[in-house]
Design a protein. Structure first.
Length: 256
């Protein structure tokens, strides 16, 4: 019974898990826990092992063998003469060293290119993932800010509807004015629902990038105005330099 209560309490704690994230924290979690990044890192390790395996063909190949013989009966000749030993031990050793191996050198060059491609692919995955995390983060902020504006508009329209209804009941407003205000309020509700759904979608997308369970509640920190001010102040470097472009770097690697 006690175990069941602990299990239920643990499950409830997992269901109500909530984390607060800044943009830098979200990007950091994604780059460390995202499965795509882990697979890319494993591919780099695989290419390193393949290169070591190819390099082994240039190492000295040493082989040692031994043989032991025991003579149950010695060979004999006429007049009772015999020759040979009761125990015979023989050992041989060979050392082979490749002084010139064009095929191995070609394979090493290919391994080098494959390793560089794997490293660049991992770098490209990190750049793409960081950009997608930022996009999802900004979408959450945008949708939440939009909801605040929509709720404020909804409050104003509700107040307008209430005032117009009072004026209509007092004979100071036409029925058309009341209907117009009520239609504006009705037209606003689908937009609010759609925006609330967009928040949920953006949060699910961010959880996927961060490798978090779907039942985790995310609270993002910051506002769009703050990030805009940071960009305008030079917080994020903007450059026309394309030397770090991953597509161009991959092309240069393959042209070697």
């Amino acid at each position: 019974m006690a175990l069941s209560l602990v299990t239920i309490a643990s499950a409830m704690a997992q269901q109500t898990q909530k984390i607060t994230l800044t943009l830098d924290e979200a990007v950091g979690i994604a780059l460390s826990d995202n499965p795509t990044i882990k697979v890319a890192d494993l591919e780099i390790e695989r290419q390193k092992y393949e290169r070591k395996q190819t390099e082994a063909n240039l190492w000295p190949q040493i082989s040692v063998s031994g043989q032991y013989l025991y003579a149950i009966e010695k060979q004999s000749m006429a007049k009772g003469l015999s020759f040979g030993a009761d125990n015979t031990l023989a050992a041989t050793g060979n050392v082979n060293l490749a002084l010139f191996a064009p095929s191995v050198y070609a394979a090493l060059n290919m391994n080098k290119i494959q390793l560089e491609n794997a490293v660049e692919a991992a770098r490209a995955n990190k750049i793409t993932l960081a950009a997608e995390v930022k996009k999802a983060f900004y979408n959450i902020l945008l949708a939440k800010q939009s909801i605040e504006v929509l709720h404020a508009s909804e409050g104003n329209i509700k107040e307008t509807v209430a005032n117009t209804r009072e004026m209509y009941n007092a004979g100071l407003a036409a029925e058309y004015d009341l209907l117009t205000a009520e239609v504006q309020l009705s037209n606003l509700k689908p937009t609010i629902i759609q925006t609330e759904n967009s928040v949920e979608i953006a949060e699910l997308l961010l959880k996927m990038y961060l490798g978090l369970p779907q039942n985790t509640q995310i609270e993002v920190v910051g506002t769009l105005d703050e990030f805009r001010d940071a960009v305008m102040a030079g917080g994020e470097s903007l450059s026309t330099d394309v030397s770090a472009n991953t597509d161009l770097r991959t092309l240069d690697i393959n042209l070697k």
